[in-house]
Write a protein that binds this ligand. Structure first.
Ligand code: MUC
Ligand code: MG
Length: 375
C-alpha cells in the first residue's frame, strides 16, 4: 500500500482579542496572534497545528510573521511529497534543513500527528504511546496589573471551580512593590489556593536571593525563571538557596538545554512547552531527561489557542508524573474561537476527548474572519 503524501502546508496568521490586557514583565498583551497550520495530504486528510508565541519578538526568538515566512519559504517546500505518516522522517528532514525554529517545527509536528491520528482513528495521546490520565489540572495567570482586580478574579475562579492554582506575573515593577502585591494576594487566598510567581527573567541574582527567601517564607509554592537564562551559575546557586522550588522556563529553548540544566542542577522543576522543544514528541524527550534527573514537571503554555493547547495536552496526558499540573488556559484568555469544539474546562481541570487526532476541526467562517489580511 502506498502511503499518503504531504501535498500542501499552509500557515495562516490569526489575530484574536483577549478578555483583558495580560501584563507580563516584558510585554502587555492586548490580543494574541496564532499561526495556524493546515497540512493537506494526498488521502484527503488534513492535519491542523499551531505555532504561537507571546508579544511578537518580546518573548521568544520567533515572531508570528517570521514563523509564517520560514514555513512558506523553507519548511513547507522540504516536506511536500514526503510520506505523511512517517513523522520521524519528516521531522528529521526539518532538523537537517533548519536550525532552531522550534515554534514552527512544533506547529508542523502537531499537524502531522493530528493527520495521522485522524487517518488511524486514534487520539494523538495514543499515537504518543497512550494516555495515563484523561484530564489535567489547569492554573490561571493573574496578570491584570492591579492587586484588587487580581484578587477578585481569583475568587471568581475558585467559586466557579475553574482554577485553584494561580500564577502571578511579576518582574516589571520594583521588587518591593511586586512582593507586596504577591503577599497581599496570598494573604487573601490563604490555603484555598496554590500561589506561584513567574518573574520572566527580570531579576538579577542580587535581587533574587532575598526575594526568593521572602516568597518562600510566605507560602509561595513555586518561583518560575527568576533570573536570566544566560546566568547559569546564578540559577544553580538560587536553586540551592531558595526555600521555594525554582522552575526553569525560558532557560529551556531546546531538548539540549534541558539536558544541560539537569546536569548542572539549575532547577528542580521544568516547564514543558511544545513550542520551545519542537513539538509534542520533542517535549516528551525533555520530560524523559527530567524524569531521569529527578526533576519535577509542569505543563507550560505559550498562551496558544485551542489547537496548540490540545497538542500540548495530548503530550502531557502521557507523562508518568506531572507533579505541578499545567497552565493550559490559553483559550480562556481569548474572546473568540476558531474551532468547532470548545475545550472542556470544569472542576479545575481540562478534560481531553478521545476523538481521533487532536479532536478539533476548524470553523472556516471564523478562521476567515480573524485571519490577518495579506499586505
Ligand atoms: C510564561 O512565561 O510562562 C504562560 C502563562 C502566562 O500568562 O504567560 C505565559 C508565559
Ligand atoms: Mg514562564
Amino acid at each position: 500500500m502506498t502511503s499518503a503524501l504531504i501535498e500542501r502546508i499552509e500557515a495562516i496568521i490569526v489575530d484574536l482579542p483577549t478578555i483583558r490586557p495580560h501584563k507580563l514583565a516584558m510585554h502587555t498583551m492586548q490580543q494574541q496572534t496564532l499561526v495556524v497550520l493546515r497540512v493537506r495530504c494526498s488521502d484527503g486528510i488534513e492535519g491542523i497545528g499551531e505555532a504561537t508565541t507571546i508579544g511578537g519578538l518580546a518573548y521568544g526568538y520567533e515572531s508570528p510573521e517570521g514563523i509564517k515566512a520560514n514555513i512558506d519559504a523553507h519548511l513547507a517546500p522540504a516536506l511536500v511529497g514526503l510520506p505523511a505518516d512517517n513523522i520521524n522522517a519528516a521531522m528529521l528532514q526539518l532538523d537537517k534543513l533548519a536550525k532552531g525554529n522550534t515554534f514552527a517545527k512544533s506547529g508542523i509536528e502537531s499537524a502531522l500527528l493530528d493527520a495521522q491520528g485522524k487517518r488511524l482513528g486514534l487520539p494523538v495521546s495514543e499515537l504518543l504511546g497512550g494516555r495515563v490520565r484523561d484530564s489535567l489540572e489547569v492554573a490561571w495567570t493573574l496578570a491584570s496589573g492591579d492587586t484588587a482586580r487580581d484578587i477578585a478574579e481569583a475568587r471568581h475562579m475558585l467559586e466557579s471551580r475553574r482554577h485553584r492554582v494561580f500564577k502571578l506575573k511579576i518582574g516589571a515593577n520594583p521588587v518591593a512593590q511586586d512582593l507586596k502585591h504577591v503577599l497581599a494576594i496570598k494573604r487573601e487566598l490563604g490555603d484555598s489556593a496554590s500561589v506561584r510567581v513567574d518573574v520572566n527573567q527580570y531579576w538579577d541574582e542580587s535581587q533574587a536571593i532575598r526575594a526568593c527567601q521572602v516568597l518562600g517564607d510566605n507560602g509561595i509554592d513555586l518561583i518560575e525563571q527568576p533570573i536570566s537564562r544566560s546566568n547559569r551559575s546564578g540559577q544553580v546557586r538560587l536553586n540551592q538557596r531558595s526555600p521555594a522550588p525554582i522552575m526553569a522556563d525560558e532557560s529551556i529553548e531546546s531538548v539540549e538545554d534541558a539536558f544541560s540544566l539537569a546536569a548542572d542542577g539549575a532547577a528542580s522543576i521544568f516547564a514543558l512547552k511544545i513550542a520551545k522543544n519542537g513539538g509534542p514528541r520533542a517535549v516528551l524527550r525533555t520530560a524523559q531527561i527530567a524524569e531521569a534527573a529527578g526533576i519535577a514537571l509542569y505543563g507550560g503554555t505559550m498562551l496558544e489557542g485551542s489547537i496548540g493547547t490540545l497538542a500540548s495536552a495530548h503530550a502531557f496526558l502521557t507523562l508518568r508524573q506531572l507533579t505541578w499540573g499545567t497552565e493550559l488556559f490559553g483559550p480562556l484568555l481569548l474572546t473568540e474561537e476558531i474551532v468547532n469544539e470548545p475545550l472542556q474546562y470544569r472542576d479545575f481541570q481540562l478534560h481531553i476527548p478521545r476523538t481521533p487526532g487532536l479532536g478539533l476541526s476548524l470553523d472556516e467562517k471564523r478562521l476567515a474572519r480573524f485571519a490577518r489580511v495579506r499586505g
